[in-house]
Design a protein. Sequence first.
Length: 248
Amino acid sequence: MPPSDPTPRPAGRPPGAAGPTRDALHRVATHVLARARAAHDGRFGLRVTPGGIGTPAFGPDGTVLRLAGTVLVLEDRPGAGGGTEALELTGRSLGDAAVFAGVDLAAPFAPGADAPPVGDAAAALALDPPTARALLDGYRLGAAVLDRLVPGLRTPSVAQLWPEHFDLALDADTPAGRVTLGVSPGDGGHPAPYLYVSPWEPARPGDPAYWNARFGALAAWSEVLTTGDPVATGGAFFRRGLDLLAGS
């Protein structure tokens, strides 16, 4: 099976008290989307897609499996003999989603130690549609912030959503070593959504007030969203960390 994501991340799976909808989406992302891709090519990284998150194209038919709010969408490449199918997940179970996607929940799968368990696959998923849309929209905004940064980054990786921690992140080189820039929906250490900068090396140069987390630095999404331009504000947070790591 594919190895766990090797890059440093803020650790800790989101606790149940932080949001049943988030936990339900995390299970679907891990055990339906990521499992479906991994069964074909051994990789389980996900991407931001229209309306939410999903897989890159995989398999002989160029299949894309994605979440748009509470709707699970299955698309096959035009000309591959398929089309588009969709399943509304409200009132459905993880087992229903797995059957729709052709995923075997009993097959071995190791996306990382902090990944959520399958749990009760027959129980209805605790999904609130407005909450699901808001959470997935946070990934869209996060992707816009990261996209603006990419032209100025040194050897950036592809921005991926990792099923283990349910965060969207990329990493890049700095004079102080590699660093991860990401967007998290919240975790055991900080239950609300946040942006983060996580250097791979122990050094935290420059402004001590910026380095406000065990893993590096974080900025609460709630504060970023209250500004006139959250994409610009989020970008400024990331650039501040990059400047400090560059000795500026």
